[in-house]
Design a binder for this molecule. Sequence first.
Ligand SMILES: O=C1CCCN[C@@H]1CCCn1cnc2cc(F)c(F)cc2c1=O
Ligand SMILES: [Mg+2]
Length: 485
Amino acid sequence: KLGMAYKKDDNFGEWYSEVVVNSEMIEYYDISGCYILRPWAMEIWELLKEFFDAEIKKLKLKPYYFPLFVTENVLQKEKDHIEGFAPEVAWVTKSGKSDLEAPIAIRPTSETVMYPYFSKWIRSHRDLPLRCNQWCNVVRWEFSNPTPFIRSREFLWQEGHTAFATKEEADEEVLQILELYRRIYEEFLAVPVSKGRKSEMEKFAGGLYTTSVEAFIPNTGRGIQGATSHCLGQNFAKMFDITFENEKGAREMVWQNSWAYTTRSIGVMVMTHGDDKGLVLPPRVAPIQVIVIPVPYKDADTTAIKEACESAVYTLNESGFRADLDTRENYSPGWKYSHWEMKGVPLRIEIGPKDLANQQVRIVRRDNGLKVDIPAANLVEEVKALLDEIQANLLKTAKEKRDACIEVIHTWDEFTTALNNKRLILAPWCDEEEVEKDVKARTKGDLGAAKTLCTPFDQPELPEGTLCFASGKPAKKWSFWGRSY
Ligand SMILES: O=C1CCCN[C@@H]1CCCn1cnc2cc(F)c(F)cc2c1=O
Ligand SMILES: [Mg+2]
């Protein structure tokens, strides 16, 4: 079956589920909250990984792989930050018919797995910095509505865990990694994000401070955390006794960071760019950037047409583009156009008898549907220019749409109105946690409460005497507020 049953602006949830399945990214699985990631998704994950891995190698990160399992007592070690998460932890309690001596947890994150060994490996300042990254899956048995890529009980991520002798080094790396996350979203996924700091209430409880890149989904009016980079301070060093002998022979605790992005990033891209024909892929993450389709005619030279298609694909691949051709005899050109539009391929090239005769090809853009006939001789430069333009256009369009959703407010009434209008709210705040809790309580509802998303590093001017929208106390900063995923 071709074409979408749901429209993005009419029924976003159904539209999204249909797009991820029809584009062959996701297959639903018989365990709720678990999904099969098919090649069209995994190839995107691998393109992102290729970029990120190369960048963190420049920052001297080393690849590790730690076990999937954590013992109960080790997991419970970090009491306060775990107890809030306890319901999400998945446990192995049996092997075969027999019970295990003690239940074993499946990692929901790897601090407690790694840090006992950081304590063992770090003795002297010469052992620092320690820079560890692992690509793996994690399991969090969440109960809120599961959504492919966005909220699943198992997901793929990279988790970086580093240790430094000084806070300055840790602070610097937190921001270096956050910039890589911004690049993942804006330069690859063409999704605009805001860099900022989480509030004391929203930060990782086990850490010192949390920074994040925040995206926004206009259709639902919800913010979504794109990635996160924490400075853990010396909290985990204290808990796991991770100390080093400094140059003067004195013992000190290390300063640590941890940071991650996940397969959720793919879902944010789908939600941002998809339309009523299906997926729309930014070229830099498109597994196929150009699909070439022969358009045979009753008495035309089908062999010559096919050869022209093959040579176009060859030329594009030789020039470093991900091009492919669809010569399946059992599907019509029209069917193929819809199929590859559903899969979000940025450019389609059609070659028929007329194109052959005129030594040209017809190129069709997926993002805006524009068709251009170009001389076959200019194929590579035209394709490059079009792909670059599509990449830039997708980010620009998404940024304009997101910015159009931002509403600056100054009073409680303006806040609640903006919230009901699915806006991304920018509000002056007194930075008091009690007020944050109060806003959550006052906005409770079946759509979820409003919360702070982040305090953007890029702060607008805060005029003297500006009051907090919720408490009326002197405002200290501008923060993004809204409902979230
Ligand atoms: O967010 C990151 C980046 C990568 C490494 N971890 C940090 C903090 C993760 C915060 N977090 C998040 N979720 C959790 C869920 C659990 F079931 C659990 F036991 C613990 C946690 C938990 O610690
Ligand atoms: Mg969670």
